[in-house]
Design a binder for this molecule. Structure first.
Ligand SMILES: Cc1cc2nc3c(=O)[nH]c(=O)nc-3n(C[C@H](O)[C@H](O)[C@H](O)COP(=O)(O)OP(=O)(O)OC[C@H]3O[C@@H](n4cnc5c(N)ncnc54)[C@H](O)[C@@H]3O)c2cc1C
Length: 413
């Protein structure tokens, strides 16, 4: 494995490549590496943003397999924490209060449900790895427009450079300028909630248990992180609440915010310190109505941005990436044009079902939580009570949750 600290700086933008990837977030970079390894020449545009804002991602099995397949996982050693137990605690104050439910990975014979990592660490490691991959080109410039031609497309960067390609992949985030330019409509739902995110240092160990308190404002979730040079015990916090409460809490001094977090978590982790930046993310669901356009494929948040509930977002995006790689590598093996309509149609057909299912699931979960409508509370409470009391049911739910509902792409096998 090459030394990632010696990764070279950006090279010049070539006149032509097979594929342009707009966006150097986790998905743009992972896709670029995988496609370059599959033999394509790839230009990835946009800055790799490694600013720390408390955002962490819980990588589930398929995502970890893909990171292993593209040679990135070893470089994340020491930057991830395993999620061995997922604990759900009903803290809604509902009439039908139920005991906590523990989903324990070892109960179904696995070591961990997933691994939690800071988004900034993931992007940093992907960026370094990408710059050492043959066939990969990188520029910090943004894609400002693209124009479809008879046999491909021409992309233009915001500093006036042009590059020809057969396909543009938009991995340029939820606002996706490339998706907007292609006039692909989205279905958007804004939730009356904001997620505050930060990294906590605390006195008591988390014991690799992720704890999700179900509260009326939304989930309050503590997810294990590995030790840092500064602190042994660390967790990330995703705290979903009404926007006006988020504004108030963002204005608190770090010590006062730490006290509020201790109270909200019932002192689960002992004394808490907030030293990192606090991020605020208004919750919304944005789902593109098409995943493709002429010589264009959408992936990651450009295709679907979901609220941070149930660790769905980035894992769904990794499945986009791995599926797209299969479609494009298949086209390459057959000698087909990777940007042709039949190839892109295959990608869209393979992904729509999974995306619709996850988007609906996250919506239902969130609405069940914030609803104070008695029958909804009753069903939610009864479900949790049954899970708490019946180990066989719990194991069945865990296995079902981990079983893929879709064809498994090659990079995730
Ligand atoms: C609070 C929070 C917690 C979350 N927790 C989880 C979790 O536990 N598990 C999980 O699976 N997911 C989680 N998610 C979702 C996950 O963080 C996102 O799905 C993921 O980061 C999105 O990656 P992306 O590469 O698609 O988009 P982004 O990270 O948004 O990257 C897009 C990039 O494109 C760039 N760009 C924009 N315009 C252009 C242009 N014109 N040209 C070039 N580049 C451009 C941007 O600068 C950006 O760097 C969470 C999200 C939030 C908000």
């Amino acid at each position: 494995m090459p030394n990632l600290d010696e990764a070279p700086r950006d090279g010049p933008v070539p006149a032509g490549v097979d594929i342009i990837v707009a966006g150097a977030g986790a998905i743009g970079l992972a896709l670029s590496i995988a496609l370059a390894k599959a033999g394509f020449s790839v230009l990835c545009l946009g800055p790799a943003i490694t600013e720390r804002n408390g955002r962490t991602v819980a990588l589930l099995d398929g995502s970890v397999r893909m990171l292993k397949a593209i040679g990135v996982w070893p470089a994340l050693a020491g930057r991830t924490a395993p999620l061995e137990t997922m604990r759900l605690v009903d803290d809604t104050g509902s009439l039908f209060r139920v005991p906590p439910v523990d989903f324990v990975a070892s109960e179904i014979g696995i070591d961990a449900f997933g691994h939690n990592v800071e988004n900034a660490d993931l992007v940093d490691v992907l960026d370094r790895r990408a710059r050492q991959t043959n066939g990969f080109y990188r520029a910090d410039a943004l894609l400002s427009r693209h124009q479809v031609t008879d046999d491909g497309l021409v992309g233009t960067t915001d500093n006036g450079q042009t590059v020809r390609a057969k396909l543009l992949i938009a991995a340029d985030g939820a606002a996706s300028p490339a998706r907007v330019a292609a006039h692909i409509p989205v279905r958007e739902t804004a939730y009356p909630q904001t997620a505050l995110t930060t990294v906590l240092e605390h006195d008591r160990p988390h014991r690799n248990i992720s704890t999700e308190f179900h509260k009326r404002g939304g989930p309050f979730t503590l997810v294990p992180l590995p030790p840092s040079a500064r602190a042994t015990n660390r967790s990330s916090l995703v705290w979903v609440m009404r926007p006006e409460m988020a504004t108030k809490r963002m204005a608190l001094e770090q010590a006062a915010l730490a006290t509020a977090i201790e109270t909200e978590s019932h002192h689960l982790l002992g004394s808490v310190r907030v030293r990192d930046r606090v991020g605020a993310f208004p919750l919304r669901r944005v789902v593109a109505q098409r995943l493709i356009g002429p010589r264009l494929a959408l992936a990651g948040e450009a295709a679907h941005a979901l609220p941070p509930i149930g660790a769905q977002g980035l894992n769904l995006s990794f499945r986009d990436a791995a599926t797209l790689v299969d479609c494009l590598a298949g086209a390459r093996a057959r000698g087909d044009d990777p940007g042709s309509a039949p190839v892109l149609g295959g990608y869209e057909r393979a992904r729509v079902g999974d995306i619709a299912l996850r988007a609906a699931g996250v919506d239902t979960l969130n609405n069940a939580l914030i609803s104070e409508y008695l029958p909804v509370d009753l069903v939610r409470g009864a479900g949790l009570a049954a899970l708490s009391a019946l180990p066989a049911l719990r194991r069945a739910v865990m296995r079902q949750g981990l079983r893929p509902q879709h064809a498994i792409p090659t990079l995730m096998r």
